[in-house]
Design a protein around this ligand. Structure first.
Ligand code: GLC
Length: 830
């Protein structure tokens, strides 16, 4: 069953069957303001912080599943019939009305045709403004004049998710709203720094700012009393629950279209007036939309591919890029599933996310890298979850000193630090290749020498000693240090945290949050350690600097690689690790959790596995873990609780980390297969997860066909194949990286742009346009001999260039061009 289709020309996903059984959402806003909105205009907005900066309210995990939202109601003032531009909340029968939702890149459009009235509501957040614009158009398609009312409606929130969901004995009496000059101003009385507004152009004919006056008792957003009666009641007051409801009365001649603008924003009435003045002309709204389109077009132009795979073309050129960027900008905690209970950055998640988009969002990636480096403790490990805003000194200067407000005030940086007991064994390792990827993309070599604090550079030193233990604390200088020093500390931390056999200790968790090996050992981190060390060593070698550090890294790589191959090979695959009692996990001898996915590709990517072991272990992954819907995380699922293995054994079989198809690590075997030269298998794995390939059987996967989700239920569960937790998952970034840098094989290096594809042999080739450091590379890859990989011939602007010998095969290396230059690169595989 399908609910919609991809409009490739506009990079939109069009939902033309809006009764999707769950929410298919979109993210609006790329700076300070974020709106999470579904196909029914249900959802919420926040300013900067999804936890402390909520603008509109959401009733999460509710019934119905998407209330409230950012709604436009229409009412026929002659017969009293009313509906909403989005199907819900009024929900006219679908055989009487037509609805369509277009989710585009950072905008959504809701369209309806009912009772001879065509209407649309285009919602977006203009670049440069902390506001959401609704561009509403209403057309009379009948041949008689029509009298209509249009109502824009939002429900305001008590700002903090916590205050908005519990203990109203204070908050209910602290919020207020009033209307003047066409603007509803909403405030939270004891937080004199937070105001929101809702306004419209033209000036409305009516308003309500008290929610219960607009909706009415024993009613809901489906049938608000103000809409039913066609009359707002000019309600405004201090205390109680508030809304923005603005009514316009329209007389529409046959064929006439009227455009209205509603604006929801952060700031006081004056800010609302200024934003309204700015967008009063439809041209200004169109220009802001054009600016947003240009923002995305500029990103899309950095890497644009045309391949024989429609899935790749659709996903890589628009949706996966947008999803990866969304993860970098908004991190993980603002969706319909994560609704603000957590805030900030997950160290490992962000450290991985940023790897995927240094070419399209270098400034945000740079900002995130510096935040992560600051989120590192002086021994080298990362703070597992932290809010970088807390590093900003004097933040919240507007909170009066000495006055204790009931507000939920975010803590101080010293509240963030944690000791080894809460450290994960992998967090810091992801940061190393991310910094390398950023420098390789941008050429900003000087970043290595920039001095950045550790979190414990800036906190109370007594607290530091208490957290780390006096002896351990004394080993590390907490003074700010260069980025290179930060990265070396990360690698040395892992070098230090090994057991007697040289295998990495499993601390609180590694990438797999549910393997809690405290005292046991982890193959994944062992392999990641080698990979991260190799990446830094490669960069330093390319830069011809720090020979002593390179020697140290070589030594580290050799020692850990030897230990890995000595201790972790199980005969046909690599084990996942050891419990603290020395029992193997993920071994042919294990009854449950006999084989795991997530570490296996890293043995290959890190260069730990030789070809034979690499192929054997990936064959085992295909044999035991693969499915038509992607690769399972482990098999068989655990059914017996074992706390020496971890929480995974307390999760239902086939769910999340316990034998589900966890999406994120599905990208890694794709990379590994390209390294083994098996392009057909790589694309098979890519296709199994590609959301768009489920479009025509959307009921199976359930989630949005345009984005990856965190996991799909595994074969041990009755919901096998159903995908959960869409959008904010590291899958997007990794799938993007796997496909662009490894299947299509286009990746920058300090020596030049590498073209090293690994394709299904049946592919005839592909084209990519890649902008890199100001030049444009128009790359054409041909595959006349139908091989998977290996470059036989290269020409650059018609001149032939010798292919380069790589680790296992030849590739093209195109020296960097001058900024502004456009060069034609032609690569023949063979
Ligand atoms: C979640 C976490 C991520 C973790 C993964 C596997 O996606 O955000 O950090 O790696 O689960 O446990």
């Amino acid at each position: 069953m399908r609910y919609g289709y991809f409009d490739r020309a506009n990079d939109e996903y069009v939902i033309d069957r809006v009764d999707v059984p769950q929410s298919w959402i979109n993210y609006l806003g790329v700076e300070n303001w974020c709106t999470v909105i579904n196909q029914n205009a249900g959802g919420y907005a926040f300013y900067r912080s999804n936890q402390q900066g909520r603008v509109t309210r959401f009733r999460p995990n509710g019934v119905p599943l998407d209330r409230p939202g950012h709604y436009v109601y229409l009412r026929d003032d002659e017969d009293g019939d009313y509906w909403s531009v989005s199907w819900q909340p009024v929900g006219k029968p679908l055989d009487q009305a037509t609805y369509r939702t277009r989710h585009g890149l950072s905008y959504s459009i809701f369209e309806s045709e009912y009772s001879g009235i065509a209407a649309s509501q285009r919602v977006f957040v203009p670049i440069g403004d902390d506001a959401e614009v609704w561009d509403v158009a209403v057309t009379n398609t009948t041949d008689r004049p029509r009298q209509l009312s249009v109502f824009g409606y939002v429900e305001f929130s008590f700002h903090s998710v916590q205050i908005d969901n519990e203990n109203f004995q204070m908050s209910l009496y602290a919020s207020g709203s009033d209307y003047a000059d066409g603007v509803i101003e909403y405030d939270f009385y004891y937080e004199p720094w937070t105001y929101h507004y809702f306004t419209a152009d033209p000036t409305p004919d009516g308003f309500d700012s008290m929610r219960d006056a607009f909706i009415g008792a024993y009613r809901s957003e489906t049938n608000p009393v103000a809409v039913a009666t066609g009359r707002c009641s000019s309600s405004q007051a201090t205390t109680q629950n508030h809304c923005g409801a603005l009514q316009h009365r329209l007389s529409l001649a046959p064929g006439q279209t009227v455009r209205l603008t509603y604006l929801l924003g952060h700031g006081r009435r004056a800010a609302g007036q200024a934003v309204r003045a700015k967008y009063a002309q439809p041209d200004a709204v169109d220009q802001a939309m054009a600016d947003l389109a240009a923002y995305w077009a500029a990103k899309q132009a950095v890497f644009a591919c045309q391949t024989p795979s429609e899935a790749m073309n659709t996903l890589l050129n628009s949706w996966t890029l947008a999803q990866a960027e969304t993860c970098v900008v908004w991190s993980r905690f603002a969706s319909f599933v994560e609704v603000g209970g957590r805030v900030g950055l997950g160290f490992r998640d962000t450290a991985q996310d940023v790897m995927s988009v240094p070419h399209t969002n270098p400034s945000k990636v740079r900002q995130r890298l510096l935040e992560l480096l600051h989120g590192q403790m002086s021994p080298g490990y990362g703070l597992h979850l932290f809010e970088p805003a807390l590093f900003e000194e004097n933040q919240r200067q507007d909170i009066p000193v000495g006055v204790k407000l009931p507000t939920v005030v975010p803590g101080k940086a010293s509240d963030l630090i944690h000791g080894l007991a809460d450290a994960c064994s992998d967090d810091h390792l992801w940061l190393v290749p991310s910094v390398v990827a950023y420098i390789t993309e941008t050429g900003e070599v000087g970043l290595l020498d920039q001095v950045v604090p550790f979190t414990d550079s800036t906190v109370d030193q007594a607290r530091r000693a208490e957290t780390l233990g006096a002896q351990y604390a004394a080993r590390f200088d907490p003074a700010p240090a260069t980025v290179l020093d930060h990265l070396m500390r990360a690698l040395e931390f892992s070098a230090d945290q090994v057991g007697a056999n040289g295998i990495a200790k499993g601390l609180r968790a590694d990438w797999n949050d549910c393997l809690n090996l405290g005292g046991g050992q982890t193959a994944l981190v062992t392999f990641l350690h080698v990979w991260a060390a190799r990446e830094l060593k490669g960069l330093l070698a390319d830069l011809d600097r720090s020979p002593d550090l390179r020697d140290r890294l070589d030594e580290m790589i050799a020692t850990v690689t030897a230990a890995a191959n000595r201790e972790l090979w199980d005969g046909a695959w690599y084990i996942r690790g050891y419990t603290r009692d020395g029992v193997k996990i993920g071994s042919s001898q294990s009854d449950q959790g006999r084989i795991f996915l997530e570490h296996m590709p890293w043995a290959i990517i890190a260069g730990v596995a030789d070809d034979e072991r690499g192929r054997a272990s990936m064959d085992a992954v295909h044999q035991y873990l693969a499915s038509p819907y992607g690769v399972h995380l482990c098999w068989p699922s655990y059914t017996t609780v074992d706390d020496t293995i971890g929480y995974v054994t307390r999760v239902y079989p086939g769910v999340k980390e316990n034998g589900a198809i966890f999406s994120h690590p599905n990208a890694w075997p794709i990379i590994a297969e390209t390294m083994l030269g098996r392009g057909g298998l790589a694309v098979e794995l890519y296709d199994a997860m590609a959301p768009c390939l489920y479009n025509d059987r959307a009921e199976l996967r359930g989630a949005e066909p345009y984005v990856y989700a965190q996991f799909s239920y595994g074969r041990d569960h009755e919901f096998y194949g159903r995908a959960q937790n869409p959008w904010l998952t590291g899958t997007a970034g990794w799938m993007y990286t796997a496909a662009t840098k490894y299947i299509l094989g286009i990746r920058p290096s300090l020596a030049g742009l590498v073209v090293d594809p690994c394709l299904p042999p049946e592919w005839d080739g592909f084209r990519v346009t890649r902008q890199w450091r100001g030049a444009t590379y128009n790359i054409e890859v041909t595959n006349p001999d139908h091989v998977s990989c290996g470059v036989a011939a290269v020409t650059v602007d018609g001149h032939s260039v010798a292919p380069q010998a790589g680790r296992k095969r030849t590739h093209a290396l195109v020296g960097s061009a001058q900024p502004g230059q456009s060069i034609a690169v032609s690569v023949r595989l063979g």
